[in-house]
Design a protein around this ligand. Structure first.
Ligand code: ZN
Length: 74
């Protein structure tokens, strides 16, 4: 199920959220989930999204809902 979420005041799709983390558009993304962590910059809620930046890669992206902080693994 693909649910949109509000990030920095904008409604984003999973692929759009992944693009914010990656810095460019991605091939595919899984549904957005709530990450069990707080933003290290502002203490806000962090979302996670699994996505494929290319056909051979799968990474998990993390993005704060309130500020521009993001991270990715690996
Ligand atoms: Zn933040």
């Amino acid at each position: 199920m693909s649910d949109n979420r509000v990030v920095e005041g904008r409604m984003v799709t999973p692929k759009k959220l992944a693009a914010l983390v990656e810095g460019e558009s991605v091939m595919d993304a899984e549904p957005i989930e709530d990450a069990d962590r707080d933003c290290p910059e502002c203490g806000g809620d962090v979302l996670s999204v699994g996505y494929m930046p290319s056909v051979t890669e799968f990474v998990t992206g993390y993005k704060c809902q309130d500020c521009d902080w993001s991270d990715r693994e690996p």
